[in-house]
Design a binder for this molecule. Structure first.
Ligand code: FES
Ligand code: FES
Length: 167
């Protein structure tokens, strides 16, 4: 794999992404993951790197509304897509997303490292519409690991928002 700055620049491909509502034209190397693009090139460091191998969910973002592990996703594969990260969940007026409010209300984090991924994953789960019970929420959030063990409060927060939507 090329690894010097010259070969990197020569290999870059143009892609169009909408990132948190903002259209961007970007030039990325074909081996650049969406996680590296977000964190290292766009300075969107809210998305976290945990395992870098698809095991922990810390890097979860929404691509066209679907939750994905950005560490396993090559940026060039998502040409034309709309990407939402933790930085884009709130309203333009600074208001928090309802799931962010619920996480605060339910104390659903300790160190917070997993939280951006948990929040994006929770939104993806709610949009999928498959989880209706506590057990289903636990199962469908099982790709997001929390080393602090905040799972009961995370599930309670999601249940609150789902309940507000009438499930
Ligand atoms: S950093 Fe992507 S799943 Fe762990
Ligand atoms: S709040 Fe610390 S890892 Fe989840």
């Amino acid at each position: 794999m090329p690894n010097d700055a010259t070969s990197d620049a020569a290999a870059r491909l143009p892609i169009a992404l909408t990132i948190n509502g903002e259209p961007r034209m970007l030039f990325v190397a074909p081996w650049t993951t969406l996680l590296d693009l977000l964190r290292l090139e766009l300075d969107l460091t809210g998305t976290k790197r945990g395992c870098d191998h698809g095991q922990c969910g810390a890097c979860t973002v929404l691509v066209d509304g679907v939750r994905v592990n950005s560490c396993l996703t090559l940026a060039v594969m998502k040409d034309g897509a709309s990407v939402t990260t933790i930085e884009g969940l709130g309203g333009s007026d600074g208001a928090l997303h309802p799931i962010q409010e619920a996480f605060i209300e339910h104390d659903a984090f300790q160190c917070g490292y997993c939280t951006p991924g948990q929040l994006c994953s929770a939104i993806g789960l709610m949009q999928e519409g498959h989880a209706h019970t506590e057990a289903e929420i636990r199962e469908q959030m099982s790709g997001n690991i929390c080393r602090c063990g905040a799972y009961p409060n995370i599930v309670a927060a999601i249940e609150t928002v789902l309940g507000g939507q009438g499930r």
